[in-house]
Design a binder for this molecule. Structure first.
Ligand code: AMP
Length: 217
């Protein structure tokens, strides 16, 4: 199955994508993860995107599209994939469609996790991440057993630099600017399914599973 998960920062795209990738045995491709890894490794890509990410702005389309297509072509076409955090602009969506059509492997479904501002802000500001396994904690809803430490890996959790208050605001603003055009693109082609991202992660996952069944995917 080839899926796209859309939604504002804090919608739970990463959480759902991880669950779907395990359940359906498909690749999870997160552009945010690709860029964070590159920044950590100080690679040429990392040096290009670091400043932009810290400000909560978008990485230029050309760079993002290349990073995604490299991943898709090398690993994921046969097995299927779930895209998380990509596309974020209409240009990215069109480029993705063109590239996949050329490979005769169009996306099966696009899901939008519609999420209220209040829930997004709460999830992002209280999110803490394990740098080793990538598990997302929430200081109130999913706290670690020992404060600041990952239950599984026993390493210190991090507060993503772009999850600080000012950057959260900027990321949500950027999302508002770009998302209407992006959603309309998929709506016009009747490829978009909307699910509430305000629900807890198990409820969202159940809803998604029902949609796949209805659509015989
Ligand atoms: P995320 O983990 O998806 O919230 O992404 C973290 C940051 O990476 C974003 O705030 C952007 O700076 C950058 N980024 C991730 N995906 C994209 C994308 N599709 N287009 C542009 N920038 C992106």
């Amino acid at each position: 199955m080839k899926l796209i998960l859309l939604g504002p920062p804090g919608a739970g795209k990463g959480t759902q994508a991880k669950m779907l990738s395990q359940r359906l045995a498909i690749f999870h491709i997160s552009t945010g993860d690709i860029f964070r890894e590159a920044v950590q490794e100080n690679s040429p890509l990392g040096l290009k995107v670091k400043g932009v990410m810290e400000k909560g702005e978008l990485v230029p389309d050309k760079i993002v599209i290349k990073a995604v297509m490299d991943k898709i072509e090398t690993h994921s076409l046969k097995k299927g994939f779930v895209l998380d955090g990509f596309p974020r602009t209409k240009i990215q969506a069109v480029e993705l469609d063109n590239a996949l059509n050329e490979l005769d492997a169009p996306v099966d479904l696009v899901i939008y996790l519609r999420t209220s501002l209040k829930v997004s802000i709460s999830r992002l500001s209280k999110r803490r991440v394990c740098p080793k396994c990538g598990f997302n904690y929430h200081l109130i809803n999913i706290p670690p057993k020992e404060e600041g430490i990952c239950d599984r890996c026993k390493v210190s959790l991090i507060h993503r630099p772009d999850d600080k208050e000012e950057t959260i605001k900027k990321r949500l603003e950027v999302d508002l600017q770009e998302s209407e055009e992006l959603l309309n693109y998929y709506r016009e082609e009747q490829r978009l399914e909307e699910v509430s991202g305000d629900l807890d992660s198990d409820e969202v996952f159940e809803t998604l599973t029902k949609i796949f069944k209805e659509k015989k995917l």
